[in-house]
Every structure is written in structure tokens, then in C-alpha cells.
Design a binder for this molecule. Structure first.
Ligand SMILES: O=C(O)c1cccc(C(=O)CC[C@H]2O[C@@H](n3cnc4c(=O)[nH]cnc43)[C@H](O)[C@@H]2O)c1
Ligand SMILES: [Zn+2]
Length: 353
């Protein structure tokens, strides 16, 4: 973790413990994971872009007034990804940044529609992400899997295209495990996407829509009822509905909580007002994730430190949180057991030292 991300309210040795803790990341966007180093390299390749090439200037560029502003900036970075080689570079370098944080497994949300509509050949796109996935696993040991998401605001044309890319046997990449829905929620009702989720689920994919990030608990209910959500992206507003919390807890439907993201997009006013504590108190399976880490000035280790402070966790509590991420993942049982064992071994050695 870089020095500027050290939370002064979390003891130094807990930061060190988090830095070495094996982790799974379940809610993190492909383009949103591009570090200033990667963005400046892509911006330099495509000089007509308005995105700054200077990593220092990117800090200001990545300061958002609200969710709509965030999406505008996000799409300007999407515009930098124009060739299969850009896709491969981004994917491989994102895996490198994950490996540095001891991320053993990540489900990376990719929006293939944004690339294919910008003219990248669909087969070349799939080859680029798969090539990067295999190279990253061989070089860093980090296992990547994909979630293809519909960019909600781009409408049903994007839903159709995403469902096609996710279910066509000639295109569908080996690493694809789930199907999502992202972008703004206001004015983008979840039920209209039911036919596309039905197709993805019939093709064996898991359902993981964003819901309750920028709208109320009814959106989470819609995601459960109409999209058969198995996990909820954010689900922040669930805290306002005790029946919903009880339902999530009883059905073991995990929330992919991304605390710093919720502050950066102004979905929640301050970290101290974040409802993560209410989720835990209600017995919901909480996972902690980074969403769009460099854009929100964070990384997964920092999100664990934030969670430690908000939930009052010690090393054992953090290890349990990391195991929640493994349990809620779409890894197979031996894969889950391997990372969970690694977490236990690491924690026992740390506590014995
Ligand atoms: O690519 C396009 O041309 C396009 C046109 C119209 C709308 C869109 C989008 O809505 C893209 C949104 C895109 O944003 C991603 N994302 C990243 N972080 C978050 C988040 O915290 N909450 C929701 N969405 C997020 C997501 O992957 C969407 O696909 C694109
Ligand atoms: Zn997200």
C-alpha cells in the first residue's frame, strides 16, 4: 500500500497484516482499475484524448462532483482503449497491481459493449483478455475471472449485445463466470433487463447486478426478483429496509460493499455514516471490494483498513472478512478451500510471531 493510503486511525501493524493477507476481490471494474501509470501510458498512445497524460494531474481529473460526473470521466478513459493491444495491456497491468496486494482471485467486471461499439473486433477483444488472464496467472499467480456487465444507461441495445457476447459459444471466453448490470440506476429500471439475465443464467452464468448504489432498496428487491441476483453490487440502500436485510441474511445473498467508492460518488456522505455496520449486525454476508480503485484514490488493502476501522476488526476479524470474499466467490470448492487455508495459515503465523 502506498503511504498516502495509510489510515492514521488504524494501527500500523494492522496495515502490515492487511498488506500480506491473501484476498479475493469480487467487485472491481476493468477500466476503473487503470492506475495513473496505465492511464498515462494509454493517453500518450492516443494523443487526441482529453485525459491528462501526467499522473499528478489525474488526481484532480479523478475528483467527482457526483455519480453522473464519475460516469463522464469513466467514459473518457474507456475512449483510450482502442485496440486489442490496449485491452491486453490494461488487463495484464491490472493483474500486476492486484498481485502486489496479495489478491489471489478476482472477478473483474468488463463492459465488452463499450469496446465493440468503438470498433474493436469482438473475437480479438476476447483473445486479448484471455491472453492477459493466462499470462497473469502464470506470472503472478493471480487467478482472474470475468463478469460481463451491461452498461445500463446505454439501453437495451447494449443489453442485447452483452448477452450475445456472453452466451455465444464461439465468442464466450473461458474465464467468464457471471453477468452484471452497471452504470447509473436513476431512470434505468432493473426489470427491463430480465430477458437478458434469463439468457445469461440459462447459459450457466451467475447473476451479479449493481443495485441500491444510487437508488433505494426497491432497486435491490427488483434485482433479486427480476434478475435472480446471487450477489448484489453495493446494495448500500438496503440498510433502509429491515425486511430486505433479513431476506439477504436468510438467503445468504452477499453484498459487495465498496466503502470509498460510495463516498467518491457521493452515494454516502461520510465513511462514518456508511451502513456496513448495519449489514454485519443484520447477519448479511459482507464482502469488501475496491470498485474503481485508482479513480477513487484507493486500493483493496485500503478498503480492508477502512472496514477494520468501521467494524472494529482485529487480525482474526480481518481474516474472517477475507474468507467472506472467498466464500461469496464463484470459485469451485477446492479453489475456495485453498485460499481459505492460506488465509488461516497466514493469520496463525502472524499471531504467533
Ligand atoms: O460505452 C459506452 O458507450 C456507454 C454509453 C452509455 C453509457 C455507458 C455506461 O453507462 C457505462 C457505465 C459503466 O460504468 C461502469 N462502472 C464503473 N464503476 C461503477 C460503479 O460504481 N457503479 C456503476 N457502474 C460502474 C460499469 O461497468 C458500466 O458498464 C457506456
Ligand atoms: Zn461497480
Amino acid at each position: 500500500m502506498t503511504e498516502h493510503l495509510v489510515d492514521p486511525d488504524v494501527p500500523r501493524d494492522l496495515h502490515a497484516f492487511i498488506a500480506g493477507l491473501p484476498k479475493a476481490e469480487l467487485h472491481v471494474h476493468h477500466v476503473g482499475s487503470a492506475s495513473p501509470r496505465i492511464v498515462s501510458e494509454l493517453a500518450a498512445r492516443h494523443a487526441d484524448s482529453k485525459v491528462p497524460t501526467d499522473p499528478e494531474a489525474l488526481v484532480d481529473y479523478f475528483t467527482f462532483t457526483d455519480f453522473a460526473h464519475f460516469i463522464d470521466v469513466y467514459l473518457s478513459v474507456v475512449d483510450l482503449i482502442r485496440t486489442p493491444e490496449d485491452v491486453r495491456l490494461l488487463t495484464f497491468e491490472v493483474a500486476r497491481d492486484m498481485a502486489r496486494q496479495q489478491v489471489r482471485y478476482a472477478e473483474l467486471t468488463i463492459t465488452p459493449f463499450s469496446s465493440t461499439r468503438r470498433g474493436i473486433d469482438e473475437a480479438a477483444f476476447m483473445d486479448a483478455i484471455e491472453d492477459a488472464r493466462k499470462a497473469a496467472e502464470a506470472e503472478f499467480g493471480t487467478v482472474l475471472r470475468w463478469c460481463f456487465d451491461i452498461p445500463g444507461e446505454a439501453g437495451l441495445e447494449s443489453a442485447e449485445e452483452t448477452a450475445r457476447l456472453a452466451t455465444d459459444d464461439r465468442l464466450r471466453p473461458e474465464g467468464l463466470v457471471s453477468f452484471g448490470l452497471g452504470g447509473p440506476e436513476i431512470g434505468v429500471a432493473r426489470p427491463q433487463f430480465k430477458p437478458y439475465f434469463d439468457r445469461a443464467i440459462a447459459a450457466g452464468l451467475h447473476s451479479v447486478p449493481h443495485a441500491g448504489e444510487t437508488t433505494g432498496p426497491h432497486t435491490v428487491w427488483d434485482a433479486l426478483t427480476h434478475l435472480n441476483a446471487e450477489r448484489i453490487g453495493h446494495g448500500t440502500s438496503s440498510a433502509r429496509d429491515p425486511k430486505l436485510l433479513a431476506h439477504l441474511a436468510e438467503r445468504r445473498i452477499p453484498l459487495e460493499v465498496c466503502p470509498t467508492s460510495n463516498i467518491a460518488t457521493r452515494a454516502v456522505r461520510t465513511l462514518d455514516e456508511h451502513p456496513i455496520k448495519e449489514f454485519v449486525r443484520a447477519g448479511v454476508l459482507v464482502t469488501v471490494n475496491s470498485d474503481d480503485p485508482p479513480m477513487f484514490g484507493t486500493d483493496l488493502n485500503n478498503e480492508y483498513a477502512v472496514a477494520a476501522r468501521l467494524l472494529g476488526l482485529d487480525e482474526r476479524g480481518l481474516a474472517d472478512l477475507a474468507k467472506n470474499g472467498v466464500e461469496a466467490s464463484f470459485l469451485d470448492a477446492p479453489g475456495k478451500a485453498r485460499i481459505a487455508d492460506e488465509i488461516d495459515t497466514y493469520t496463525a503465523a502472524w499471531l504467533a510471531s
